[in-house]
Design a protein around this ligand. Sequence first.
Ligand code: GLA
Length: 455
Amino acid sequence: MTELEQLTQLCTRLGAAPGPAGVMAAQLQKRAAQFATERGVTREAAMQYLLEVVVKGRHGESPLESISNRPLPSMRERLLSCFNATYGRSPVVMARAPGRIEFIGNHTDYNGGTVLGAAIDRGVWVALAPRDDGARHFASEHRQGVVALTTTDRAKLEGEASWVNYPLGVLLALPEFGLQVPAGFDFYAVSDLPTGAGLSSSAAIEMASALAFLELTGEHPPRETVVKAGRHAENHFVGVPCGILDQGVSGFGEKDHLVFIDCRGPHFATVPLPAGAHFWIFNTHTKHALVDGLYAARHRECMAAAQALGVKELVDASAAVVAQTRVWPSPEIGRRARHIVEEIARVDAMVKVLERGDLAEAGRLLTASHRSSQLLFENSTPELDFLVDTLTRIPQVHGARLTGGGFGGAVMALTTPQFTAEEAARVAEAYRIKFGTAPDVLRTQTGAGAEVVRV
Ligand code: GLA
């Protein structure tokens, strides 16, 4: 979809005549790009804000220059106004859940290993109001129209409506944990989390939806149950054999902390992040066409490695045994096993390094993790490797690695406070010269975990 089409769609969704937007489209696009950078929000959010102000004249004036210094509507205000515009009434409950950075522990979670992640200051917000006719309506600021289902609709959705599989999967998962779900409702989601960037927008919408549904039914199970229900939705409905990392971090995140998960329990704990740790995300917008299949293939290879070693999960194998084993079903299965056991050791080493506040050593572990993903787990790409190579040559960068499932997506850099936006722009430009398009650069911070929000 072109930006102009996107803009026109946004206009329609905001109930505005397309005329004024058509006239201002070029100006708006330019301003939205600037605005997004200035305010650290997605381009779509910036456009929506500008449109609301300009087209609806919310602040009673329209020149673009005069609005640039006004505060952006908060996610809460945005959600309330979208909900009202779509359903003609106010929501009854609201919840939000953050995206996450996978700090270290690549593909360790479904092998029973340990992993460290951080909830970030961006996420998905969900609003709900009950309906008494049993209809289930889903709408999002990123898609046009309303997806109308009933309580008996349990089939996976395809195409444009496939985003609904996340809340729908949660509705089907909660009863598996002995929890009730609301019958009919109007649902709306807004997000300031880029999708496809390895920041787990899917876990964020699952967790926010789960909390909102539970708030509507008045049930308050332990947080761990909600996290497990989110993963259940992903495994059994969406169909990705992921581990507990994404939902666990979104559910247990805390500002200025990392979430440590021992996936065997699972057990969740938080670890303070040393002062002066800064995160930058470089989203390549590349995603392997077969990413889901490749993730599932790595999952199968790890299970085959555990079987070859005679253990239940790879976490039960020692690094020494893996190193000595010569007979694997195939050489790559041996490489996958080595990555997993060494990566679990790096996560455990990282916990101690963070306790000492040694960010330089933390950075070395991060880059070592990337090299292992690149060479042993083989889930990196030339684009991700280029970013890691370029970033790790910069003195203010402690370390860098791919974050998330791999096969495209994003690189995370841990930097000193002296790493600047200009430095990040130089990295992006070097990437553009090599690959033709610049990555999105996002400076991000840790944030709070999933929560119910006052309406
Ligand atoms: C994805 C999955 C997680 C985890 C990571 C890789 O984000 O959803 O469960 O396996 O990949 O570490």
